[in-house]
Design a protein around this ligand. Structure first.
Ligand code: COA
Ligand code: AMP
Length: 630
């Protein structure tokens, strides 16, 4: 048996021994009473009784160990022409001072703090400062509209919101403050204070008595020390798309998270302390939480926080420049970023301008990695390209190729083998395990390993209903796929209406809810259609109310504007078409899967339960008129 299989087996046979040993890499101030509390299934808690501080583990302890001069964070921002580095000592100091500023604004242990910020170092500082004083952060991605932010404010009920005057997209300045003010106006819950970072690219108006500038808040603040918290206390809430317009508040705890993330850096990513790790993502997504902020710092690495795009800032050589300039050892990003680079520079001609000497491995996740993109990256970079699969809920990879243990042969199209701790199974609707190569629902046997979600924020019932009730004893991932004879997992599709647009997770159900609000729309369906650059893009089909006559182009423009305004530009909802009817089963269920297949030009079968087969011809012609479906 090879090293990977041996390690995996041990994690299954003796999870407490396995994770108890892994926990030695984290500093706890009090030990756990036991590694795993399994007394209340289906709820499981890792390291009950233990106490620690995540921020201490990410920052102070590296300084105490004599590594204060090591670079902790490199901020590289082609959109502002800035590069700024922070040593571990400097970052610790900045975080302690901002933690003091939060305290001064009334934030106490257990209070929530919403962070609505662009990719600036202050976003990471705010997150770590919350961890330092035991406050619970909830970061909201900047591409979301005020209504989405308002929903999260109402669910998390923050005492303070941290924001900035603006974010910078290549084609425009995104003024955050008006979006934040609009969200607070919409929300039922009102934060006591907002701390606003002034950026020179946009001014902002403060609300007197409520808002304070970042610099002023920090200027008068006493640096705050690390507060001991329970390993099982929440570190953060991260909202993610569910099947409806209501996002799910994924909770992450302190102890299991610190242990799992530290373990993953060495074993999955094959990185040593002191090396440079770059996750080209956004702090608003789980990849940003785990692999821009927490994991690299917990492991004593240098992390790169990049405020730019793979192309256009200024060109398709941007990633090569960052790797060369900062000596990046390992890069993690979404396949869509590589598709964008390849589209602009098919021969990777810009690579020759840079020395990527020390660059070792490329990891990709967030959406399916098409073999073409995999081969292109392998060929031009000459390093292993690893597809790995995970989700906001798990917080770290479920399947991968463990570069720090025993690299296995890459199988293009597969997301690798199960990571130790994850008992990945493929089952049928009766919860029976399927055989090799048989496609079914991908589930994970309980308990999930440390670092994964213990529950949804103040919503245990929602947690069990969404993930645990359908397949008793197992966690429902929401993906379909199969396991091959060598134990590799192949992810085929989602089983719900979640789509991945440019690596961003979105719900077509939420978009349908918005479209349905248009006064002229009787019913609608939004499906995710394959896109060469973004992986998937949403496409809407709308049926007008009887008697309504509208110019299609004008109506579609209104729908596109509504989705942009209610969900945000990141939804990338740009295509919709008016149809006479939607294809349905005899019981009235819209046949979204069949519509998607027609739109993708895939083979499809006439569903036996279809109400009126002729409708599919109409859908086919509408798609052809829009250049889709062939
Ligand atoms: N704040 C405000 N708006 C944002 C935003 C943010 N943080 N991020 C994206 N947007 C906007 C974009 O400006 C764009 O607006 P537009 O419709 O006015 O052009 C819209 O949301 C869609 O953005 P995106 O899907 O990112 O498309 P794009 O065409 O701007 O860029 C890529 C395409 C592939 C270059 C880009 O998606 C990319 O870099 N992807 C990497 C994905 C990634 O890191 N995913 C994280 C998971 S690992
Ligand atoms: P998110 O919560 O945004 O990380 O999205 C998680 C979802 O993205 C998963 O449930 C999958 O549907 C999809 N996904 C993530 N990584 C991969 C991958 N490597 N291959 C295929 N799909 C993936």
């Amino acid at each position: 048996m090879g090293a990977y299989h041996e390690m995996y087996r041990r994690s299954m046979d003796d999870p407490e021994g396995f994770w108890g040993e892994a926990a030695a890499a984290v500093d706890f101030t009090e030990p756990w009473t036991r590694v795993l509390d399994d007394s209340d299934p289906p709820f499981y808690r890792w390291f009950p009784g233990a106490r620690l501080n995540t921020c201490f583990n990410a920052l102070d302890r590296h300084v105490e160990a004599g590594n204060g001069d090591r670079t902790a964070l490199v901020y590289d921002s082609p959109v502002t022409g800035t590069v700024r580095t922070f040593t571990y000592a400097e970052l610790t100091d900045e975080v302690a001072r901002f933690a003091g500023a939060l305290r001064a604004q009334g934030v106490e242990q257990g209070d929530r703090v919403v962070v609505y910020m662009p990719m600036v170092p202050e976003a990471a500082i705010a997150m770590l400062a919350c961890a330092r004083i035991g406050a619970v952060h909830s970061v909201v991605f900047g591409g979301f509209a005020p209504k989405e932010l308002a929903t999260r404010i109402d669910d998390a009920r923050p005492r303070v919101i941290v924001s900035a005057s603006c974010g910078i997209e290549p084609n425009r300045i995104v003024e955050y403050k008006p979006l934040l003010d609009a969200a607070i106006e919409m929300a039922s819950h009102t934060p006591e204070h907002c701390i606003v970072l002034a950026r020179p690219q946009a001014e902002a108006t403060l609300v007197e008595g409520r808002d304070v500038w970042w610099d002023d808040a920090v200027a008068g603040a006493e640096p705050a020390a690390c507060v001991d918290v329970a390993a099982t206390d929440p570190l953060y809430i991260l909202y993610t798309s569910g099947t409806t317009g209501v996002p799910k508040g994924v909770v992450r705890d302190h102890g299991g998270h610190a242990v799992a993330l530290t373990w993953s850096m060495r074993h999955i990513y094959g990185v040593q302390p002191g090396e440079v790790f770059w996750a080209a993502s956004d702090v608003g997504w789980v990849v940003g939480h785990s692999y821009i902020v927490y994991a690299p710092l917990l492991h004593g690495c240098t992390t790169v926080l990049y405020e730019g795009k793979p192309v256009g800032t200024p060109d398709a050589g941007a990633f090569w420049r960052v790797i060369a300039d900062h000596g990046v050892d390992v890069l993690f990003t979404a396949p869509t970023a590589f598709r964008a680079i390849r589209q602009r520079d098919p021969e990777a001609a810009l690579l020759k301008d840079y020395d990527l000497g020390g660059f070792r491995t490329l990891f990709l996740a967030g959406e399916r990695l098409d073999p073409e993109t995999l081969h292109w990256a392998e060929e031009h970079l000459g390093v292993p390209v690893i597809d790995h699969w995970w989700q906001t809920e798990t917080g770290w990879p479920i399947t991968a190729d463990l570069m720090g243990v025993e690299p296995l042969p890459v199988k293009p199209g597969s997301a690798g083998v199960p990571v130790p701790g994850y008992a990945v199974k493929v089952v049928d609707p009766a919860n029976e395990e399927l055989g090799t190569d048989e496609i079914g629902t991908v589930v994970i046997d309980l308990p999930l390993p440390p670092g994964t979600l213990p529950t949804l924020w103040e919503n245990d019932a929602g947690f069990t209903a969404s993930y645990l009730d359908e397949y008793p004893g197992r966690y429902l991932t929401g993906d379909a796929g199969f396991i091959d004879e060598d134990g590799y997992l192949w992810i085929m599709s989602r089983i719900d209406d979640i789509i991945n647009v440019a690596g961003h997770r979105l719900s077509t159900g939420a978009m349908e809810e918005v479209v349905a609000e248009h006064p002229d729309v009787a019913e609608s369906a939004v499906v995710g259609v394959a896109d060469r650059l973004k992986g998937q893009v949403p496409v809407g089909f709308v049926v007008l109310k009887a008697g309504v006559e509208r110019d299609e182009e004008e109506l579609v423009a209104e729908l596109v504007a509504m989705v942009r305004e209610r969900i945000g530009p990141v939804a990338a909802f740009k295509t919709a078409m008016v149809v006479d009817r939607l294809p349905k089963t005899r019981s009235g269920k819209v046949l979204r899967g069949t519509m998607r297949k027609i739109a993708d030009g895939e083979d499809w079968k006439m569903p036996a339960t279809i109400d009126d087969p002729a409708i599919l011809d109409e859908i086919g012609s509408a798609l052809t008129d829009h250049g889709l479906g062939t």
